[in-house]
Design a protein around this ligand. Structure first.
Ligand code: 5GP
Ligand code: MN
Length: 357
């Protein structure tokens, strides 16, 4: 089936819609229902988890606990630190470091990961568990796992998680709802992007009806950072470059944040995440980018587009992935070299698009 859809603020045009079938949902429900109360369930989300990854995983985990499963672990690859804005999420007690995750769980459920590479050292659990259920909403999902609940049209992975909880007969409570709300608000840009359909608002209404407080949640998740981060943002934004003729004349705007910037202002890497939202405001550029130094010559790259360019193509070409309007990858070299590679890849992406007519 083919239908028009939109993500992150701009229409994508026709894409293949191949969300879960009734058989997929039934298989996922069966994989959970057949578990004994003491079965070991391992929930995994992607590396460097964001609000959707953590929120959909912890909300679903709380739902499983509510349904009577006693041994539910939640985890993600890499260092086990939870970014500061998420340190009051309900369900954090389910989190264990990747090193302590069940080596051979009875069920694995993955959240918001478009490919196995996003599961890092936990990828082997796809094989050691008898069943792996994958909940995701990336169009670029590679189709790993045994039961695929991949809904490319969904605004967030939490949309898929809530539907599965509903099919399992697990009622929403305030803890589950807060997690799913954080996930939904994160991936819709606080209900600003075009993925914010009537169904998204109906889901938000069901979540709010549990009594959760959206003002408090939004302030904690989006609108609170240390004073040092405010000063750090000023430094990083001051060096933003605008290249109006790049991206086929649609414009490219970019900046970078170094480990030295973080050290100088005594800040943690999570404070860099909102920077892309300031850079992408630039009226003169369709494509925006923030490079965040991870180590010497390694950069975590965030890309955004307003619609002229599919940045997921650029990210995939450079070894990453994501959505049409929001994507990322890890780049090697100096900041200027990585930006140059993006600039070149943007040109190729535009040429290919023009070739397709
Ligand atoms: P962000 O810029 O917010 O980190 O990521 C934007 C989108 O790109 C998200 O959907 C995220 O999952 C995806 N993304 C970011 N970095 C990577 C990466 O290194 N690899 C892949 N496959 N996807 C990424
Ligand atoms: Mn997501």
């Amino acid at each position: 089936m083919v239908a028009a859809t939109e993500r992150d603020g701009v229409p994508t045009g026709p894409v293949a819609v191949s969300g879960p079938t009734e058989a997929d949902w039934a298989a996922a429900v069966d994989a959970v229902r057949r578990l004994a109360p003491d079965a070991r369930v391992l929930l995994i989300c992607h590396v460097n988890p964001d609000g959707d990854a953590l929120g959909s995983m912890l909300g679903f985990g709380l739902g499983l606990r509510r349904s009577g499963l006693r041994r539910v672990q939640a985890t993600f690859p890499g260092p086990p630190e939870v970014p500061e804005p998420f340190r009051e999420l309900p369900g954090l007690e389910l989190l264990v470091p990747a090193t302590e995750a069940y080596p051979d769980p009875d069920l694995v459920v993955c959240f918001d990961a478009a490919s196995e590479s996003r599961l890092g050292e936990l990828v082997d659990r796809l094989d050691t568990a008898p069943v792996a259920v994958v909940l995701d909403h990336h169009a670029s999902n590679t189709g790993f796992g045994d039961v695929l609940l991949v809904q490319p049209g969904a605004a967030a992975t939490s949309v898929v998680a809530e539907e599965l909880l509903r099919r399992l007969g697990v009622p929403l409570d305030a803890g589950i709802a807060e997690c799913l709300y954080v996930a939904l608000a994160t991936d819709t840009g606080s209900f600003r992007f075009d993925a914010t359909t009537p169904e998204v608002h109906r889901l938000a209404a069901r979540l709010l009806a549990t009594g959760i407080r959206p003002g408090d949640i939004s302030r904690r998740i989006f609108d609170t950072r240390p004073f040092g981060a405010v000063r750090l943002h000023a430094d990083v934004l001051a060096r933003t470059c605008l290249e109006p003729t790049a991206a086929g004349g649609h414009g490219f705007v970019w900046t970078y944040a170094t480990l030295d910037d973080l050290a100088r202002h005594d800040q943690q890497p999570w404070v860099l995440e909102p920077l892309i939202d300031s850079v992408r405001c630039t009226a003169e550029a369709d494509v925006s980018c923030v490079l965040k130094q991870i180590a010497g010559d390694a950069w975590a790259v965030s890309l955004r587009s307003k619609g002229a360019v599919d940045v997921s193509l650029v990210a995939v070409t450079l070894g990453g992935g994501g959505h049409r309007f929001a994507a990322g990858f890890t780049g090697q070299g100096t900041a200027a070299e990585v930006a140059g590679r993006i600039r070149n890849t943007l040109d190729v992406a535009l040429i290919n698009r023009d070739d397709r007519g």
